[in-house]
Write a protein that binds this ligand. Structure first.
Ligand code: FE
Ligand code: FE
Ligand code: ZN
Length: 294
């Protein structure tokens, strides 16, 4: 079965119920959300009543909640320990995210490994593992390290770097990986050769560690180290390649999450992109259709 969705909002007054309703409006059968604004760490208390209502609605729609994931805010940076207070702030905030995930019944949390900001890759990798080792296993939540584009001093743009982090993590049961097709392309991994990429991933890390796939096209060429997402089929990766990843038999159980840009910054594309993915046929007029029907 295909599990496909997008990132959706999580608002103070509607919380998980609102996120689910948004996902349902896109025809999705999974979704990803931030427990507050992606770019900051201010968070509201989780309201259990709304969580329960969402659970009931999910049952009615045959939604498999184990496929839903949370994304940690970008500003958590476990790689940098120049300022010990800032490092501990990141660790504590991540710990609180694990708590929120547990309250919400979420089992998988996507995390950007971090940026080394001049400390160098070796220090960064040991810092990330140190931070993770302080908190993993305290909650029944698996942290999925996202593959990064390699913008600036980002850590995790190669499988070898991710492997080195995972090797240093004590609690192997609660660590995994989230593939992001745009980031992989921008990092220099050719998604047209996805089978050989997956083989390499399996040798280094193990396919069973893949907990989520972010499906995005890219505005930039292979190896650009840029990280600018494009709508499905309208970028340099292309529709057929993305479709072969989405329907890859070895990733059938893994949720696929769209993080493609709103059209003209206003219109969410997800209902249309999901429909196009289910139809398995590229629609070159899709963006105009979104503009006109929204
Ligand atoms: Fe991400
Ligand atoms: Fe992503
Ligand atoms: Zn990105």
């Amino acid at each position: 079965m295909l599990y496909i969705g997008s990132h959706v909002g999580f608002k103070k007054d509607s919380q998980l119920l609102g996120s689910l309703q948004e996902a349902l409006s896109y025809g999705a059968n999974t979704f990803m959300f931030y427990t507050g604004a992606p770019q900051n760490t201010s968070r509201y208390p989780i309201l259990d009543g709304l969580t329960l209502e969402a659970m009931t609605l999910m049952k009615e729609h045959g939604f498999d909640y184990s496929k839903v994931v949370v994304h940690a805010p970008y500003i958590i940076n476990l790689a940098n320990d120049k300022d010990p207070d800032k490092f501990m702030f990141s660790v504590r905030f991540l710990q609180e995210e694990l708590e929120r995930c547990e309250l919400l019944g979420i089992r998988q949390l996507v995390l950007h490994p971090g940026s080394h900001v001049g400390l160098g890759i070796d220090t960064a990798i040991s810092n990330i593992a140190k931070g993770l080792n302080m908190i993993l296993g305290t909650h029944p939540v698996t942290v999925l390290l996202e593959t990064m584009a390699g913008k600036g001093t980002e850590v995790g743009s190669t499988l070898e770097e991710l492997k080195r982090i995972i090797d240093l993590v004590d609690d192997k049961e609660h660590i995994g990986v989230c593939l992001d097709t745009c980031h992989l392309n921008d990092a220099g991994y050719d998604m047209k050769e996805f089978d050989s990429f997956l083989e390499k991933f399996d040798q280094l890390i193990g396919i069973d560690k893949i907990g989520c796939v972010h499906v995005n096209d890219s505005k930039n060429v292979l190896g650009a180290h840029k990280d600018r997402h494009e709508n499905i089929g309208f970028g340099t990766i292309g529709f057929d390649t993305l479709l072969s990843i989405i329907y890859h038999e070895k990733l059938e159980e893994v949720p696929k999450i769209l993080e493609t840009p709103y059209v003209d910054k206003d219109y969410p594309p997800y209902r249309y992109e999901i429909e196009m993915i289910r139809n398995k046929k590229f629609d070159s007029n899709l963006l105009d259709r979104i503009r006109n029907q929204s």
